[in-house]
Ligand binder design. Structure first.
Ligand code: MN
Ligand code: MN
Length: 456
């Protein structure tokens, strides 16, 4: 046994074909799942294909027996997948990720015309560097309703023949003042206006370009301007996830945080059959704005589901739920910062995750002295080490940067309050929260192996 510790490299220890074929499935998923709603739909669709059925359906049939595979949808934005074990009160093995991603949302009265252009006004969602959203092709996705109540799904900008949208930045020739500004102020939130049209509608005298956009929206979707008041439309980078590098070892795409963990855990639970302890995957919304609201991890849909199952089984649904949660073990599946050779000064090399060295176990996150963090217990970490050793899972530890450099949080603390053992376990990401982020295919595969080993 070696006395000193060194990170292991996934590329030298795992089968490359397995890594690459796993990444192919992921790229397809990421290219479709451009919003939390689309991610929810895609996850659910894949679970149904593998025999997962709705809780209500199974309850009606009296089929909530050990081995049952069930799902609970919540608001079309968050989802629970569950494979029932012998006794729920003995605790579950939960892998919890989030499927919302930093992006730009349309305001409720978005459309205006100025300087021979029509624009949509936006309000950014989550932590973004605003300047990164200019001068890239953008797509629109979302849900609107016509006045008559017909739901209209918008999706424009992903197909080859689709138009895309665009946010302009100032030309360098006139940027003397702008270049002196701080990055955080060089592009402001109110400048993140999306160009959506330029051609005046014939016969229209006032705001003819805006009228042209409205006509196009009405022709194609039957929408009028007032319909935006009750819509949810998101602006995201257009296009598919792509391989990166001559060796195709990495993936660039929108929303690795946290759809990489969501996909890895989905693939893991789809392979779980009749576990001793109930296996659960949670896919939550609204993590990027603090896990608030009825589709977030703070909402009680998961707790309610546990109570419903226990009530069905003739048990005390309130006390039983507390027992079930307190006896549970949780991997909070969220991505981690990692060492970036372009910015070595923000991390501390020993204690940051490194690309290609496997899933990143973050004992704690938080800011200013672990503030707001779930600081996992050594007993649980040891249990995981033994499990991962036994199942040949490659992993490393990480943290969100140098002490006092910044930091962040995840959903870990939310399930920890019930007494469950919880630790953050995700994969390293470069350019986290950028419109297009970068991951290693090796780490994605390692995270999947970790989630599978944990739920088995
Ligand atoms: Mn995240
Ligand atoms: Mn994030």
């Amino acid at each position: 046994m070696s006395l000193s510790y060194e990170r292991s490299e996934v590329w030298s220890k795992k089968n490359h074909e397995d890594i690459f074929s796993f990444a192919e499935g992921y790229k397809k998923f990421l290219s479709i799942a451009k919003t939390e709603r689309l991610a929810h739909r895609e996850l659910l669709c894949r679970a149904k294909e593998k025999g997962f059925r709705s809780f209500e359906e199974l309850k009606k049939e009296g089929n909530l027996l050990p081995g049952a595979k069930l799902y609970l949808e919540n608001k079309n934005k968050s989802l629970v997948l569950m494979v029932l074990g012998a006794d729920l009160e003995e605790g579950m093995r939960v892998v919890g990720s989030h499927i919302d991603v930093p992006r730009l949302d349309l305001k409720q009265v978005p459309l205006y015309e100025e300087g021979k252009l029509a624009f949509f006004k936006t309000h950014y969602y989550g932590g973004v560097k605003k300047y990164q959203w200019t001068c890239i092709p953008l797509a629109l996705h979302g849900l609107a309703y016509t006045k008559e109540g017909k739901a209209v799904e918008l999706s424009i900008g992903e197909e080859e023949e689709d138009p895309v949208f665009y946010i302009n930045d100032l030309l360098i020739h006139l940027s003397a003042d702008q270049m002196q500004k701080k990055l955080s102020e060089a592009i402001t939130g109110e400048q993140l206006n999306v160009v959506v049209g330029h051609m005046p509608l014939k016969g229209e005298e006032k705001e003819a370009i805006k009228a042209g956009v409205l006509k196009a929206l009405n022709d194609k979707y039957g929408l009028i301007e007032e319909d935006f008041l009750v819509s949810e439309i998101e602006v995201v980078p257009a296009g598919k996830a792509r391989d990166v590098g001559f060796d195709r070892s990495m993936v660039a795409g929108h929303g690795h945080d946290d759809r990489a963990c969501a996909y890895a855990s989905l693939r893991a639970i789809l392979e779980i059959e009749a576990p001793q302890k109930t296996a659960v995957c949670l896919f939550a919304d609204k993590e990027e704005i603090g896990s608030v609201g009825n589709s977030s991890m703070e909402a009680l849909f998961f707790e309610n589901l546990i109570s419903e199952i226990l009530a069905y089984q003739g048990k005390d649904s309130s006390l039983g739920r507390r027992r079930a949660l307190a006896a549970s073990k949780v991997l909070s599946a969220d991505v981690s910062a990692c060492f970036d050779p372009n910015f070595p000064e923000v991390t501390e090399k020993l204690n940051t995750a490194h690309l290609g060295c496997g899933g990143s176990l973050n004992k704690y996150t938080g800011v200013r002295g672990k503030g707001g963090s779930n600081d996992a217990n050594a007993e649980f970490l040891q249990e995981l080490r033994e499990l991962f050793d036994k199942k040949n899972v490659l992993w490393q530890t990480g943290e969100l940067g140098k002490v006092d450099q910044g930091g962040g949080g995840t959903i870990a603390f939310i399930l920890a309050k019930y007494g469950a053992e919880v630790v953050d376990f995700g994969l390293p990401v470069l350019s986290m929260h950028a419109p297009i982020e970068l991951i290693s295919k090796a780490d994605l595969y390692a995270a999947y192996e970790a989630y599978k080993a944990f739920m088995e």
